[in-house]
Design a protein around this ligand. Structure first.
Ligand code: SF4
Length: 376
């Protein structure tokens, strides 16, 4: 929170209650991967406690018509992003490709590095992809008028509130995402509703938009998006199953990391930055030709979304962030499916509705564009 009160946090809790109290609306909710490893802190649990099952139970008790997972959108993002990476390599198009799920750096690059606007992947971010699929595929399958569907995103991130209002993401017939609330706001809502969070039983996400893999969970931490993309791209490029799905060289907490990954007879050079100062260093090196990469990941928050601006305050205590990161990797390890292209509901979505990954329908629904904006 701004110490001079020049900036204040925008709360959207009332809008969610209003939607939930409207009998004509079908209100569904999605929760980002970073929420489940931090929400417990709002209820005095240890940092890194995984509360996925309790969180789902709480959301269901609050009256949502469907409780889904942004991880479904993350798996979908990987299908598109890995396809785009392979396309750019094969067709000698611009490299590196930059993962595009963090709206804060998207804004940063539009204002500060417009000459690099052909670098980011054109993929929409996971929660926006989810919103698009909810208002099309899900609406059609369930016979619901998309205008009556309200998509609520629970995000670790304040920038996602602004992202959901970007004109190029709302220009379609239907807004992709209607309301964004943060982890903290969700905590306040659970308290307001008088729900005894700690004693809630665990329950599972609704299907089909709740199915997800371990790869998707890793979107919550620095290095996780690129590791998820590499798991899929590696298997698609080599045609062989990975013997080990973890890419340890992509993990860590340092704000600026470089690594190489052998994919068949090709070595992919990867750059990972978290924190916008480190992002600037990485992008300047690329712009000035000082370093070459095939793929880069940037997260505006140091450590990634686990330390996002909408999470329970960690007051600069990076031990807390470390515990959340460990929990993210535990969640990945505990999932039976750990590669996005193995998610059966995603495969069904392509078969029934989207066609080929990176194909015409996928492009129309799941991709966007970025624009040069005034330097500030
Ligand atoms: Fe939002 Fe921070 Fe995550 Fe970027 S890194 S999406 S700004 S929480």
């Amino acid at each position: 929170v701004c110490p001079t009160a020049a900036l204040t946090e925008v709360y959207h809790v009332d809008k969610v209650w209003e939607a939930l109290n409207d009998p004509d609306k079908h209100v569904i909710v999605q929760t980002a991967p970073a929420i489940r490893v931090a929400l417990g802190e709002m209820f005095h649990m240890e940092p890194g406690t995984i509360v996925t099952g309790k969180m789902v139970s709480a959301l269901r008790a609050m009256g949502f018509n469907g409780v889904f997972d942004t991880n479904f959108g993350a798996d979908l993002t990987i299908m598109e992003e890995a396809s785009e990476l392979i396309y750019r390599i094969k067709e000698n198009k611009t490299l590196p490709i930059l993962t595009s799920c963090c709206p804060a750096w998207v804004k940063f690059i539009e204002h500060q590095f417009p000459e690099l606007l052909d670098v980011p992947s054109t993929c929409k971010s996971p929660h926006i992809m989810f919103g698009t699929i909810a208002k099309t595929y899900y609406a059609e399958k369930n016979g619901i008028d998309p205008d009556n569907i309200v998509v609520v995103s629970i995000m670790p991130c304040i920038a996602k509130k602004a992202e959901a209002k970007r004109p190029e993401l709302t220009k379609d017939e239907h807004n992709n995402v209607d309301i964004v609330v943060t982890t903290r706001e969700l905590g306040y809502m659970i308290k307001e509703a008088g729900i005894d969070f700690e004693s809630l039983p665990d329950s599972d996400f609704d299907m089909p938009l709740g199915e997800h893999t371990g790869a998707a969970v890793m979107f919550g931490t620095t290095g996780g998006v690129i590791e998820a993309a590499i798991r899929t791209a590696h298997e698609w490029m080599t045609g062989k199953e990975l013997e080990k799905v973890e890419f340890d060289q992509l993990r860590g907490a340092d704000g600026l990391r470089k690594a190489e990954v052998q994919v068949g007879d090709k070595v992919l050079r990867i750059g990972i930055a978290s924190g916008l100062g480190n992002a600037r260093t990485l992008l300047e090196d690329i712009r000035d030709g000082k370093d070459h990469y095939d793929a880069i990941e940037i997260m505006a928050c140091p450590g990634g979304c686990i330390a996002g601006g909408g999470q329970p305050y960690h007051h600069g205590n990076f031990e807390i962030v470390k515990k959340r990161q460990e929990a993210i990797y535990r969640e990945d390890k505990n999932r039976k499916m750990r590669k996005s292209h193995e998610n059966p509901e995603i495969l069904k979505l392509y078969k029934e509705y989207l066609g080929e990954p990176f194909g015409e329908t996928a492009h129309r629904l799941l991709h966007t564009h970025f624009e040069e904006r005034e330097r500030i």
